[in-house]
Design a protein around this ligand. Structure first.
Ligand code: CO
Ligand code: CO
Length: 321
């Protein structure tokens, strides 16, 4: 996003706490000393056939950036593109799925906009509020921090297999469960304990979003490949060459900012580059607070793994062991 916006003059306003410079999850604008507004938007084409489930996934994904910044979504607006040739019932189901997720998050849909388009698209623009001192940026990891990842990887690979009718019933269920799960509990855990930095893992994949964090923080992230968790079936599928195009784009985008050990298998590499839809949070937490965070995540039944450490900047921003 920052790449395409680079020719547009930057906004200069002292109340803009987080803008586009650090490719953060949302924009944060200070209203007064106690309150800032967080804004984000996301929408995409269907990843599954079931319109109700697609609505849930798109809404969970759109609200995720607010969680990644440490707050709860409050207001949401529907963004819909819809072809004339499709039955209106399909749109109703998409909107129902979206609305149910928004209600689950404790937020409200307060409007929206629909246009006609050849391919359906759905998502939300989302607003949240936060005390300016509580904002969790994606560019403030500290040397010595531990890196925690919630939600398993491999969602993009599973989605590619689902489209080709190559995923098992189990793989399908696991992918849907992962994508429709809100990052709310992960957010509640990190805000209770206090963390240094976080982002949500979406289109740029685990390594792409890790790179944004490492670069923004001017640190090196070391990831332990054997600790990263993924939907089991993703490995087998990647081994068969079922890999979304986005994974190759991510590889190109990340380029030589990452050094991966030769011991890391090819399918696991693909999983690390795999673009995620509604993925989990990548959290950078101090050594003192990491146990508290893991305990809290466990209490709230939130899947997580300790996947790496933050070091002083070395030759590469990312090292995968
Ligand atoms: Co994000
Ligand atoms: Co986003």
């Amino acid at each position: 996003m920052a790449q395409v916006l680079c020719h547009i003059p930057k906004n200069v306003d002292p109340n803009l706490i987080v803008g586009i410079d650090t490719s953060d999850d949302g924009a944060v604008y200070k209203i007064n000393d106690d309150t800032a507004i967080i804004q984000t938007v996301d929408f995409f084409t269907p990843v599954v056939d079931d319109p109700y489930v697609f609505g849930q996934i798109a809404a969970a994904n759109s609200m995720s950036d607010i969680y990644a910044m440490g707050s709860d979504p409050k207001l949401a607006m529907n963004i819909i593109a819809f072809p004339n040739c499709l039955s209106a019932d399909v749109m109703t189901e998409i909107l129902k799925g979206g609305n149910d997720k928004v209600l689950e998050a404790g937020a409200l849909i307060v409007g929206g906009h629909t246009i006609e388009d050849d391919e359906p698209k759905y998502g939300l623009s989302v607003t949240g509020f936060i005390n300016p001192k509580d904002v969790v940026r994606n560019s403030s990891a500290k040397e010595g921090d531990y890196l925690i990842l919630t939600k398993p990887l491999g969602i993009g690979i599973l989605n590619t297999a689902i489209k080709a009718d190559m995923a098992s019933e189990n793989g399908y269920k696991e992918a849907i469960k992962t994508m429709t799960t809100l990052n709310k509990k992960a957010k509640d855990s990190m805000m209770e304990v206090g963390v240094n930095s976080a982002t949500d893992v979406t289109g740029f994949g685990f390594l792409g979003h890790g790179l944004e964090m490492a670069k923004g923080s001017n640190k090196t992230f070391v990831f332990y490949s054997d600790k990263v968790h993924f939907i089991e079936e993703a490995y087998e599928l990647a081994n068969m060459g079922i890999i979304p195009e986005g994974a190759y784009n991510n590889k190109t985008f990340i380029g030589d900012n990452v050094k991966i050990s030769e011991d890391v298998s090819e399918p696991l590499r693909d999983i690390l580059f795999d673009p995620q839809t509604s993925g989990g949070l990548l959290i950078s937490v101090s050594k003192e607070k990491k146990d508290g965070l893991m305990e809290k995540l466990k209490d709230l039944d939130t899947e997580y793994r300790l996947v790496g450490r933050v070091l002083a900047k070395q030759d590469h921003y990312i090292v995968v062991e």
